[in-house]
Design a protein around this ligand. Structure first.
Ligand SMILES: Cc1ncc(COP(=O)(O)O)c(C=O)c1O
Length: 413
């Protein structure tokens, strides 16, 4: 997507002075490249897109049309998948909290449901007893150590015997079976090594519990780094692997353990990896101020739009100025780009090292992961999201500007 001040100015006229830009072609390319990296080594691989990372329905629909699963962690996300036409059998239902009703409905509808705790096992066992003619199958999330440096709260503790207990409970019920094993382990370095280790461990578990009968799937979760520019990469004190390096860490182990084509389906659940670099935020510069030694530019936006996770990383920023009619009022560097909230910490970008003027557009890149889904209704409603598809050569509305009425519609007034 090629941007210029003129393009942004035209978009402002149509959509307002702050908006997100969604690059749909890039999302498709990321999806296909990520999948291909794995399939070229282990063909029986599929992706489940993590809705929570960014549930813009257009992205979720794209994944469905490309043959991917919807990976959801709540009934809200499950409902979205159904609403956009995803077949229940293409939904993977993860997460620590599923109500008995939601759990039962998803299992009976044929979704892959990965159980997280004993209480969920009891719900499923009760369902199996209630419906003795019904074949019931679930996945189990496994909890084991890959050197993440903390004790994870998710899944069944392998070492402590909890996973073993669940297999025993299901063995006693003759209409209940375990379809496959799941794990998602987040680590700060997202290293290839940790993926090698989790693949090795989950294959060992699969060999132990399924023996000659192969599991239907092995699901290794998400948590991979996505693509980023060098400035952003330099702020991480760890190596940022490519899609191909991740695939090399995982897929050859499955290939050698299951050399023929009837091996279990490998499921990978990327969020960040395929969505982080497809969304940018555009905010117009509308105010300039100098206070003692501090130069300040007010942008129509806030940290809640660009970093609701409160990351300490400096964002990737491009400023677009009108080259033909340069504004008379400008600040020279360094400039703090600040937001519309009344909080001192609302600084979208500190110490911008170039000139900045009224009417410029600040474009913050690489915001696809955990931004629109985490933005609170703090002080101003949400800006619109505009999509771009180069094949159509046009910008289309993906989400309209939110109104005050939207924000207050659930309150009793
Ligand atoms: C079960 C599960 N799968 C996939 C993901 C996606 O992780 P990421 O967006 O880091 O790829 C998450 C995120 O927490 C998760 O909990």
């Amino acid at each position: 997507m090629q941007l210029s001040w003129k393009t942004l100015h035209n978009l402002e006229k149509e959509f307002g002075d702050s908006f997100f830009l969604l690059d749909l072609d890039k999302f498709k390319r990321n999806y296909q490249e990520f999948l291909h990296s794995f399939r070229s080594i282990y063909p029986h691989t599929n992706l489940g897109y993590s809705y929570k990372t960014n549930y813009i329905p257009k992205l979720c629909q794209t994944v469905d049309s490309l043959g991917g699963y919807a990976e959801v962690v709540s009934q809200m996300e499950y409902d979205l998948a159904l609403r956009i036409g995803v077949s229940p059998s293409r939904i993977i239902f993860n997460g620590p909290l599923k109500s008995p009703e939601d759990l039962e409905n998803a299992i009976l509808a044929g979704s892959i449901v990965n159980l997280d705790c004993l209480e969920e096992v009891e719900i499923v066992a009760a369902l199996a007893r209630r419906l003795p003619e019904q074949k019931i199958a679930v996945g189990l999330r496994c909890n084991f150590d890959v050197g993440a440096g903390r004790i994870s709260r998710f899944g069944f503790d392998v070492e402590g015997g909890a996973l073993d207990d669940v297999f025993k409970i299901f063995q006693e019920l003759n209409n209940c079976s375990v379809l496959g094993l799941h794990c998602h382990i987040s680590t700060s370095t997202r290293s290839v090594e940790s993926y090698k280790l989790r693949t090795q461990k989950i294959i060992e578990l699969s060999d132990y519990y399924f023996q000659n009968q192969l599991p239907q799937f092995i699901d290794l979760g998400g948590g991979f780094f996505g693509k980023m520019n060098d400035d952003l990469k330099a702020q991480f004190d760890c190596y940022i692997p490519s899609y191909q390096e991740y695939a090399q860490g995982i897929a050859p182990q499955l290939r050698s353990r299951f050399p023929d084509d009837s091996g279990p389906e490998l499921i990978i659940e990327p969020g960040v990896a395929i969505v982080a670099d497809v969304l940018s935020f555009v905010g117009k510069v509308v105010g300039l101020k100098t206070v003692k030694s501090r130069q300040i530019a007010l942008v129509v936006g806030s940290i809640h739009n660009v970093k609701p996770t409160l990351t300490d990383k400096k964002l990737s920023l491009q400023i677009y100025s009108d080259e033909e009619n340069s504004p008379t009022k400008k600040l020279t560097s360094p400039v703090d780009l600040v937001g519309y909230t009344c909080m001192e910490h609302d600084c979208l970008y500190p110490d911008y090292p170039h000139k900045i003027g009224i009417g410029d557009y600040a474009v913050f890149e690489n915001l696809g992961a955990y931004t629109v889904v985490l933005k609170p209704p703090f002080i101003r409603p949400n800006p619109p999201i505009i999509g771009y598809e180069s094949s159509l050569e046009k910008y289309t509305l993906i989400r309209r500007q939110e109104t005050s009425q939207d924000v207050f519609s659930t309150y009793v007034i």
